[in-house]
Design a binder for this molecule. Structure first.
Ligand SMILES: Cc1ncc(COP(=O)(O)O)c(C=O)c1O
Length: 431
C-alpha cells in the first residue's frame, strides 16, 4: 500500500472549508472509495502526490492534456504571456490567431466565440439555437453530459422520450420541461420523436462520441439520421465536441461520422490545460450573437490571453498530424493488448483515437441502458489496487481514460500488463 498520510490530512482539512473537500464532485472518490490523491506536480505522463507517490496519469485532467503535463512549449507560451499581463478585458491578437486557426482547420466552423468552460459553451450554444430558430424545445440523449447548466441536468426516464424531470436539486421543472431526453442508438425512438415534436424543436444536442458515461461509440447511420431529421424539421444540430474536439484529429467527431453540424461546442484541448470553452459554426447563426444580433452572451475572462496562447500552442503542435497518428497507433495497440489478455475474463475495452474505456462486459455498449452496472462495481473494486501499482485511473467507472503524447509505447505495454494482472486476479471473485 502506498503511503497517503499527507493526502488524507489535506482532504480532512479541505472538508471543513469546501463541500466534500473538493471543487468538482467526482474528485472525492465517493464511488471508488479510498483516499483521493492530492497532487502537487505533473510532468509528461506522470502526476505526483503530496506523499511523493508518482502515477502514470490516464485521466489527463479529464482530457485537455493531449501533450501531457507541463509541455515545455505550452508552459513557455503561458509564462511569456504572464509577463505581459494576465487579462485586459479587451481584445487581443491572440484571440484572432486561435479563431482563425480553428476556422481554417475545422470545416463546419465559420465563426467562433471563446468562453471560459465547456458548460458555458454549451449553455450559450443552446441559447443561440433558441434565438435563431425562435423555438424553445431541445432534445438531448440519455448518457450524454453537456456540463451543469440547468436545462441540461435532466433525468432520463424509461420511456421512449421523456420530458423535463430535473436530475439535480435546485433545477426548476419549468426549465427542464423544455428538454426532451431520448435513449441513444434507437432509430425508432428518434423517428417517433421527430414526427411528433420536430416542428417545435430548436436543437438536438449530442456528444459526438459520448464519453462521459462510458465510451458509447455510435453507429454512423444513427448519427446521419439525426442530422437528416434535424435538417428536415428546421432544428439545429449541436455537436458537443468538448471531449472529442481536437482529440479525434482537427475534424473531431463530426469528421469521424462525415457530417456537418450547425453548431459545435469545444473546451478542454483548445485551452491547452487552462480554463476555456468555445462555440462556433454557421456564420449566419453565429451572427445572431450580440453585439451583432439579439442573443446576449458575454464574459469577463472570455478569450483571456493565458488560455488562448496555451490552446494555440497546443493546436500548432498537433497541426502536422504526426502526434495524432502516433496516439492512435499507441491506443490501438494498448486496447488490443488488454483485450487479448483478458478475453477469457469477459472484460472488454472500447477505444477510439486516444480515448479508452474499460468495459466489464463482453459486448461494447452503445447506450446508457446497455451498460452493465455490475461491471462498474468491478471497476470500483480494482481502482485502489491500480492506484497502488502507480497507475492513476479516473475515480469512476463511467469515466473514460486518455493517453497523451507523453505516454510512450513501452510505458503503455507495461501498464497494460499490470492492469491485466490485477483484473485477472479479481475476476476469480466475480463468478
Ligand atoms: C461533452 C462535454 N460537454 C460539456 C462539458 C462541460 O465542460 P466543463 O467541465 O468545462 O464545464 C464536459 C465536461 O466534461 C463534457 O465532457
Amino acid at each position: 500500500m502506498l503511503k497517503t498520510d499527507k493526502s488524507k490530512e489535506i482532504i480532512r482539512k479541505a472538508e471543513l472549508v469546501t463541500p466534500g473537500g473538493v471543487n468538482s464532485p467526482v474528485r472525492a472518490f465517493q464511488s471508488v472509495g479510498g483516499t483521493p490523491r492530492i497532487i502537487k506536480k505533473g510532468e509528461g505522463a506522470y502526476i505526483t502526490d503530496v506523499d511523493d507517490n508518482s502515477y502514470i496519469d490516464f485521466s489527463s485532467s479529464w482530457g485537455p492534456l493531449i501533450l501531457g503535463h507541463a509541455d515545455k512549449d505550452v508552459v513557455k507560451a503561458v509564462q511569456d504571456q504572464c509577463e505581459d499581463g494576465m487579462t485586459y478585458g479587451t481584445s487581443t491578437e491572440h484571440e484572432l490567431n486561435l479563431a482563425q486557426f480553428i476556422v481554417d482547420n475545422v470545416e463546419p466552423v465559420e465563426k467562433i466565440r471563446f468562453v471560459s468552460s465547456g458548460t458555458e459553451a454549451v449553455m450559450s450554444a443552446i441559447r443561440l439555437a433558441r434565438g435563431f430558430t425562435g423555438r424553445d424545445l431541445i432534445l438531448k440523449f440519455d448518457g450524454c453530459y453537456h456540463g451543469h447548466s440547468d436545462h441540461l441536468l435532466v433525468a432520463a426516464g424509461s420511456g421512449l422520450a421523456t420530458f423535463g424531470t430535473p436530475s439535480s436539486a435546485g433545477v426548476p421543472e419549468s426549465i427542464t420541461s423544455q428538454t426532451a431526453v431520448l435513449p441513444l442508438d434507437d432509430e425508432e425512438a428518434l423517428e417517433t420523436f421527430f414526427a411528433e415534436h420536430g416542428d417545435k424543436l430548436a436543437a438536438v444536442i449530442i456528444e459526438g462520441i459520448p464519453a462521459n458515461n462510458g465510451l458509447l461509440i455510435q453507429r454512423h447511420d444513427y448519427i446521419r439520421l439525426i442530422r437528416a431529421l434535424s435538417e428536415k424539421h428546421g432544428a439545429l444540430l449541436i455537436f458537443d465536441e468538448v471531449i472529442t474536439g481536437f482529440r479525434l484529429g482537427f475534424g473531431g467527431a463530426a469528421a469521424y461520422y462525415g457530417i456537418t453540424p450547425d453548431l459545435l461546442t469545444y473546451g478542454k484541448i483548445i485551452g491547452g490545460g487552462m480554463p476555456v470553452g468555445a462555440f462556433g459554426g454557421r456564420a449566419d447563426i453565429m451572427d445572431m450573437l450580440s453585439p451583432l444580433g439579439p442573443v446576449y452572451q458575454a464574459g469577463t475572462l472570455s478569450g483571456n490571453p493565458l488560455a488562448i496562447v496555451a490552446g494555440y500552442t497546443t493546436l500548432k503542435k498537433l497541426e502536422d498530424g504526426t502526434i495524432y497518428k502516433k496516439l492512435e497507433e499507441n491506443n490501438r495497440r494498448f486496447v488490443t493488448d488488454i483485450t487479448e489478455q483478458l478475453r477469457d475474463c469477459k472484460v472488454n475495452i472500447a477505444g477510439v483515437a486516444s480515448i479508452f474505456w474499460l468495459v466489464f462486459q463482453p459486448e461494447l455498449p452503445r447506450s446508457a441502458s446497455a451498460i452493465n452496472n455490475a461491471g462498474i462495481t468491478h471497476y470500483n473494486r480494482i481502482h485502489e489496487k491500480v492506484l497502488n501499482r502507480g497507475i492513476y485511473f479516473p475515480p469512476s467507472g463511467y469515466e473514460v481514460c486518455f493517453i497523451s503524447a507523453a505516454h510512450p509505447e513501452n510505458m503503455l505495454s507495461n501498464a497494460a500488463n499490470t492492469l491485466a494482472g490485477i483484473i485477472r486476479q479479481e475476476a476469480h471473485s466475480w463468478h
